[in-house]
Design a protein around this ligand. Structure first.
Ligand code: ATP
Length: 241
């Protein structure tokens, strides 16, 4: 049986009077690229923060690797990339990666090897000595991704990893995701782009804090007799993302 590594049970989140997540229940299995698809404000970031342990649900529970979140000791098994880049722009990309590698406790040859490997994976090997302030938005996103990969996490949680990235680079980043998946990494990716949703193993559609549907892209299209994910999303009552 496939191993469930993420389990969300009746999670609700409210900020003041606003209900931001409503009764979300979801299982994610090892080796999946799981997509969270929904328009701006649907609650994707909030859900991701609960999963990473950066926030707690108002009610309900989230479990990672069978442990109830938040759980500090799981941090080393997760790679998290937030929606906005947290990089030192006055430093080079190599210096940034060295800094994050030191936070993860990587040392000496292992640190150097991992920095080279992640730079290669995101296609930044030739820009390692460039100052990040001179990077394009896409390069910064890729450097953030590289930083999240340094400690070889089992689960990568990526909040809008390809926002502001042109289609060619987006392809490159998705190749990196597939490569990671083949190496046994599980991924959770938020997006509001339909063509990315098509690339996920399974996905959940979110709207106004509710999960309106979940399944493989094929299942969601078949159930709604749609040709495209966009049609399927509209069928389930999602606003056009
Ligand atoms: N700390 C907070 N305090 C109050 N309201 C919040 C807070 N964080 C999020 N919200 C609200 O929760 C709702 C969902 O926000 P969230 O960032 O999860 O959406 P999202 O689907 O990730 O959107 P986007 O694609 O624009 O990032 C929004 O209405 C937002 O204003």
């Amino acid at each position: 049986m496939e191993e469930v590594i993420v389990s969300i049970r009746g999670a609700e989140k409210t900020y003041g009077k606003q209900i931001v997540l409503k009764d979300i229940s979801l299982d994610i299995k090892r080796g999946e690229i799981f997509g969270l698809l929904g328009p701006s404000g649907a609650g994707k970031t909030t859900l991701v923060k609960l999963l990473v342990g950066l926030d707690t649900p108002t009610s309900g529970e989230t479990y990672l690797f069978g442990q109830r979140m938040p759980c500090l000791k799981l941090a080393g098994r997760i790679g998290y990339m937030a929606q906005s880049d947290a990089l030192y722009t006055e430093l080079s990309s190599r210096e940034n990666l060295e800094f994050f590698a030191s936070l993860y406790g990587l040392k000496g040859g292992q640190r150097r090897r991992r920095i080279e490997e992640v730079a290669e994976l995101v296609g930044l090997s030739s820009s390692m000595d460039k100052i990040v302030a001179q990077f394009s938005g896409g390069m910064k996103r890729r450097l953030s991704l590289a930083a999240a990969l340094l400690h070889e996490p089992e689960l990568l949680i990526l909040d809008e990893p390809t926002v502001g990235i042109d289609p060619v680079l987006r392809q490159q980043i998705w190749s990196a995701f597939y490569q990671l998946q083949q190496q046994g990494t599980s991924l959770i990716v938020t997006t509001h782009v339909m063509d990315e949703a098509e690339k996920c193993s399974r996905l959940a559609l979110l709207r106004d804090g509710s999960m309106i549907a979940a399944g493989t892209p094929e299942e969601l299209k078949r159930e709604t007799a749609s040709n495209t994910m966009e049609e399927a999303f509209l069928y389930y009552g999602g606003a056009r993302p």
